[in-house]
Design a protein around this ligand. Sequence first.
Ligand SMILES: [Zn+2]
Length: 178
Amino acid sequence: MNGRILAVELVNSMWYDHLGKRSEDRLDRPDRLGRFLSDWSVSVSPDERGIESLKTLRALLREMLDRTTAGEPVADDQLARLNAYMAGSPRTPDLVRSGDGYELAYTPAAADWEAFLAEAALSFADLLADRRIGRVKICRNSVCKWVFYDETKNGRRQWCSSDTCGNVARVRRHRDKH
Ligand SMILES: [Zn+2]
């Protein structure tokens, strides 16, 4: 799977460096927010309350990931909260051609901020529903917290990047031995 996943990118908008020294909420930075929204073809500009709802959704997704990455099912109240985001904006199923087959596309009834929140929630719901959630991992470097979709064949990827976090771990192992 080579697509970008909105839910994953939303969670990563709360950014931490790999050394546990710096963090930054990129939804608070107008330039970063602007890029994020244009990446996802969002044409409405959110007000402060809109950003707050997006942050609440982001926190919910992170909580759910804490469970799924520990091999636990998500809680009923988490499901209810996720469903509430999807219920906030109705969608119509559209059957469209895809290659030599078909796929269902869920078109939002309105192109407003609620529709974007619903889309982000839906992208997480999709991962749970078709069992791809096990491929969504949190970097093993606990201070890094970066979330990624493991596309490797064996599904054993542990680090966000072997150059940063993987390397920090290698250096640490090396140091412990001497
Ligand atoms: Zn990492």
